[in-house]
Ligand binder design. Structure first.
Ligand code: GKR
Ligand code: MG
Length: 418
């Protein structure tokens, strides 16, 4: 089996006006769809970021992949590193930082090549990855405060979630998400309002959902003094506190006094960050993400390191479609220490690029689509329409801050915000 051609298609899909520390989601979220086509006409799929910088990297690498055996993942890594860094990565050790760009591009193609390997073997991807330790992967309800509508006319109907700013509105959003998807745990995207307000929201959620584990993620929006001030109010309320502060050192200061585990997808984001994370005792849970940790095998390596160092493992998400969700689910099935329900933005996305439409959760969990490989194929009509969105929307880089300034011209985005 040899690669004949690699196609990278930028797409844009509808995204609701979800609030976070950086501002508000724009009307269109960007993504790239990767197709690795073999000489025999088999197609392996991947999904990654759609920002112009990532697209440039993916296109540059894609042009050099013809002739590669999809089993040769070391060969893939070599080509990606040579293309993006102009040289090989050091063999002896992983640098303390700076591998993210290579990891992102490698991860995008690695998923597609693993899809091909598994298709050829006639195995579901989780079997190729070593076998399932669970039949289904649990996901959490990912709550956002949100505006009722986008600023201006995005050219499509307003979403039907309405405004979510008050505690009652947030409880309503959660009730709908739990009713429709069956999620058994809850994550609140924080860093939007004063921490005390968001903690009141958590209390309202606790009252409405007494048995659901809760998390809050201010995305580094709180200073250390602010976090230390509000920590006692969070005692007994959270299964983990995600990225309250913005640096490893700050997380370590918080961790020394926090009663709950600290989780991150912001301060430990490459293997080179792991030694310092451990020596500082900065976090207790790492949110893995195959899109930037370097693919599905890297996700398994990270989970294994978690076992070595006694760290919990969960999964991070950005706005994404079904190829990413299928990949997350396959790898999640193979991680013995996936000790927390994974994040997913999927309920917020109405568009889809895979044939058969949206994947369906049961009791807050997902099993991958049946069949060899990832189990998903492309809906070509949808792909063309989503690509057309990308051509027309003009957004080439996510910019939540500029979008927020359209709603609130006096909004201040400096971090820490509180
Ligand atoms: O989609 O607004 C968002 C999130 O804030 C996202 O950008 C984060 O990367 O979900 C993510 C997180 O857990 O930090
Ligand atoms: Mg996070």
């Amino acid at each position: 089996m040899r690669v004949a051609e690699v196609r990278v298609t930028p797409i844009a899909f509808r995204d609701p006006p979800l609030l976070n520390v950086a501002g508000v989601h724009e009307p269109w979220a960007l993504r790239s769809i990767i197709e690795v086509v073999t000489e025999g006409g088999r197609i392996g799929l991947g999904e990654s970021y759609g920002e112009d910088t990532t697209l440039a990297d993916l296109h540059a690498c894609a042009a050099r992949l013809a002739g590669l055996d999809p089993h040769d993942l070391n060969g893939l890594r070599r080509i990606v590193a040579e293309t993006l860094l102009g040289q090989q990565e050091p063999a002896a050790s992983i640098p303390p930082s700076g591998t993210r760009r290579v990891n992102v591009a490698f991860g995008a193609f690695e998923v597609a090549m693993l899809d091909l390997q598994a298709q050829q073997a006639g195995l579901p991807l989780h079997a190729l990855l070593g076998g399932a330790v669970r039949e289904r992967v649990p996901y959490s309800a990912y709550l956002f405060y949100k505006f009722a509508r986008h600023h201006g006319d995005p050219g499509y109907p307003t979403d039907d979630w309405g405004e979510v700013i008050s505690h009652a509105q947030l409880v309503g959003e959660t009730r709908r998400m739990v009713r429709e998807y069956g999620f058994g745990s809850i994550k609140l995207k924080g860093g939007v309002f004063e921490p005390e307000y968001e903690i009141e929201s958590l209390r309202a959620l606790r009252a409405a959902f007494p048995d659901h584990p809760l998390r809050i993620d201010p995305n580094g929006g709180w200073s250390v003094p602010t976090t230390l001030r509000v920590l006692p109010k969070l005692d007994g309320l959270l299964e983990y506190l995600e990225d309250p502060t913005g640096t490893l050192e700050e997380m370590a200061q918080v961790a020394r006094v926090a009663s709950m585990p600290l989780a991150t997808n912001m301060v430990t984001v490459e293997f080179g960050h792991v030694p310092k994370t451990i020596s500082l005792g900065a976090v207790q849970v790492i949110l893995s993400d195959h899109h930037y940790w370097g693919g599905l095998r890297a996700t398994q390596h990270l989970a294994h390191l978690g076992r070595v160092f006694g760290l919990g493992i969960s999964m991070h998400s950005n706005s994404h479609l079904g190829i990413s969700l299928a990949a997350m689910t396959h790898v999640g099935m193979t991680l013995p220490n996936l000790t927390y329900a994974a994040d997913t933005h999927y309920p917020w996305q109405e568009d889809e690029v895979i044939a058969g439409g949206k994947l369906r959760f049961e009791h807050g969990t997902l099993a991958p689509p049946p069949g060899p490989g990832l189990g998903v194929t492309l809906d070509r009509t949808a792909l063309a329409a989503l690509h057309e969105n990308w051509v027309r929307c003009g957004i080439r880089r996510r910019d939540d801050a500029s979008e927020m300034l359209k709603h609130q011209p006096d909004w201040k985005g400096a971090r820490p915000r509180f």
